[in-house]
Design a protein. Structure first.
Length: 410
């Protein structure tokens, strides 16, 4: 036992030092981002870039320490989606009406379609890579889902959560996150080597939707009774322990069923939001997620090779061009969603801008593609730039639009 510890001692020491640096840098730069009016996730991404191999080289990418960081990052993703599920009220989601549904569907289809067509059929610097169709599906998928957390935080900070536009934005963001999770199940299967066919896509969609529906229906019936029993144990943090265990267990079941891990975590959150202990679970899970979730964003930022984004380098200009095109498609696709419900009256440009930030969901897609080898380092860097720009432009855009007067259909 001692010899094993000694053999891996250097990696373990590096892991602890890297983890300490990740947590501190994520907190400090996340706070700095919020102080300048931007989401904390931007600061966490910047922290990753600074700690990554392109600058300081603190975050390991290989060896025992690199694998441990990756495992903690994946745990952070699951806790993030578990939190989103906890914050999702199914009844409220169904009450937002057809306007939110239309905005969500158009906001998924348009950017996905435009990105797919660009990647598969328009000449660009990355067009020569292998598996072009698979890469086009992944690139399109990264542009689909709006970040619920970022959008809700911005609207809350502006004091506009009770406006019609805010209700449509939040409802649509929740719906297209669900659609995004289903799409992720499809692209995860593609990354694993499954052939891209209509039958395969339909089968994967059916598995993802079926698992989500069955899990929520069964869980909503069983879990409230189980957690009523659990709370009687009167053990410290027993609700937190059982809630996290349930989320991890359902994530594993989702993977075994052929869906994605995060689909299970999201379903677990939705299920536990219907228990009598929901408030306690939500309150206790926040500090745990606050520790692990930033590790994912920092690890993603650390994966960026800044040398690929150097405008003075001829080889990097292609990456920057791809990032610019993807960013334009990402913004235009969500702006179009604002005009998706002509039967409803609301400020359409406000809704469109509110749907723009991609945040954590886009990063999850990109990270799956990078780790599976479908997306190259250059493409991953371009997608990350798109995510950062779309996340950055929404807060000042919403602030400016909410500060102007205009007709409901403006």
């Amino acid at each position: 036992m001692l010899s094993v510890a000694a053999a891996g001692g250097v990696d373990i020491v590096r892991f602890f030092l890297a983890l300490a640096a990740i947590l501190v840098a994520a907190k400090l730069l996340g706070e700095l981002a919020e102080r300048v009016g931007q989401p904390a996730v931007l600061g966490e991404l910047v922290a990753g870039v600074l700690l990554g191999g392109s600058v300081l080289g603190v975050v390991p990418s290989e060896g025992v320490s690199g694998e441990l960081i990756h495992v903690l990052a994946q745990l952070g993703v699951l806790l993030l989606l578990f939190e989103i599920g906890l914050e999702t009220d199914l009844r409220e989601m169904f009450r937002v009406g057809t306007a939110s549904l239309a905005v969500a569907v158009v906001g998924v289809i348009v950017p996905f379609g435009l990105a797919y067509l660009y990647w598969a059929y328009v000449p660009h610097p990355a067009a020569g890579q292998a598996h072009l169709t698979t890469a086009a599906i992944f690139v399109g998928a990264t542009l689909t889902a709006t970040s619920v957390g970022i959008t809700a935080r911005v609207l809350s900070d502006l004091g506009r959560l009770n406006t019609p536009e805010a209700r449509i934005i939040i409802g649509a963001a929740v719906i297209d996150d669900v659609l995004g999770l289903v799409i992720l199940s499809v692209v995860s299967g593609v990354a694993a080597g499954a052939a891209v066919s209509l039958l395969g896509v339909v089968r994967t969609l059916a598995v993802a939707i079926g698992f989500l529906v069955v899990a929520v229906i069964v869980g909503r019936y069983l879990m409230p009774k189980l957690f009523d029993v659990v709370v009687r144990m009167r053990v410290r943090y027993v609700l937190l322990v059982f809630a996290v265990a349930f989320a991890l267990g359902l994530s594993a079941l989702a993977a075994l069923a052929g869906s994605a891990l995060i689909v299970g975590a999201f379903a677990a959150g939705i299920i536990l939001s219907g228990t009598n202990q929901f408030d306690t679970i939500e309150q206790e899970i926040r500090p745990v997620a606050a520790v692990f979730t930033p590790i994912f964003f920092v690890s993603v930022g650390a994966s960026v090779n800044l040398r690929l984004l150097d405008p003075t380098s001829m080889s990097s200009r292609g990456t920057l061009l791809v990032a610019a095109v993807l960013t334009a498609i990402a913004i235009v696709g969500k702006l179009a969603a604002g005009w998706a419900a002509p039967w409803s009256r609301f400020r359409r440009l406000v809704v469109g801008i509110g749907m723009v930030p991609r945040g954590e969901v886009g990063l999850i897609f990109a990270d799956v593609g990078r780790r599976s080898g479908v997306l190259s380092d250059e493409v991953f860097g371009a997608v990350l730039l798109m995510v950062m720009v779309t996340t950055f432009v929404a807060p000042p855009g919403l602030k400016a639009l909410f500060g102007t007067s205009g007709s409901p259909d403006a």
